[in-house]
Design a protein around this ligand. Structure first.
Ligand code: ADP
Ligand code: MG
Length: 177
């Protein structure tokens, strides 16, 4: 299936999931991130502030913000900028309704140890399908020389046998679902 058809397929699967199912699955997934050796060792983690249809991350981010340096992406034009999150940081809603930290861009990208990446779908080879705008592909291509370890995070129904990948698609090192 092509990317567009796969996105539609995933949207249909998302529509029949209950909030309760998503909440429970998200809790389990966050426990797995917390216990993951890459997370345990990491000092600086690029996370994402979840949309209603993504694995829920808000509580996790607040829980860990005092113990690790948590970074979040911010939409600036057609790119993602990285900013630091802390409990004191004021948050602004962007055009997609995602809460984003205000403040200066985080420029010390060589020090990002781990990146947790959302997606519409992933496969076991680490291929990722996004929402179709290539935001993460562009961000991750900027980080490609930093050695950052990339974990794709999704619900189990979003892990597909195969996700089509083009030359610009940046694969994950691991997928947790
Ligand atoms: P998604 O990753 O959101 O599923 P695609 O992989 O289909 O979306 O990419 C969407 C668009 O983003 C494509 O037209 C692609 O050319 C563009 N794009 C992806 N990565 C880059 C990049 N590194 N530089 C410039 N454009 C890019
Ligand atoms: Mg892509």
């Amino acid at each position: 299936m092509d990317k567009k058809t796969l996105r539609k397929h995933i949207r249909n699967l998302k529509a029949v999931r209950t909030e309760e199912e998503n909440r429970r699955a998200s809790e389990q997934l966050m426990c797995r991130i917390e216990a993951h050796p890459r997370f345990v060792c990491a000092e600086t983690v690029l996370f994402y502030h979840s949309l209603p249809d993504e694995v829920y991350t808000h509580d996790f981010i607040r829980k860990w913000a005092s113990r690790k340096q948590i970074l979040l992406p911010v939409v600036v034009g057609d790119t993602l900028e990285i900013r630091r999150f802390s409990a004191e940081t004021a948050m602004n809603k962007n055009a997609y309704g995602i809460a984003e930290p205000t403040g200066c861009p985080f420029s010390d990208i060589a020090h990002i140890d781990l990146a947790i990446i959302p997606g519409m779908a992933f496969d076991r080879d680490g291929n990722r399908l996004g929402r179709g705008k290539g935001y993460y592909d562009r961000l991750l291509s900027c980080l490609r020389n930093t050695g950052v370890y990339k974990i794709g995070l999704c619900y189990d129904f979003q892990l597909l046998p195969q996700v089509p990948a083009e030359a610009h698609d940046v694969p994950m090192d691991e997928v947790i679902c």
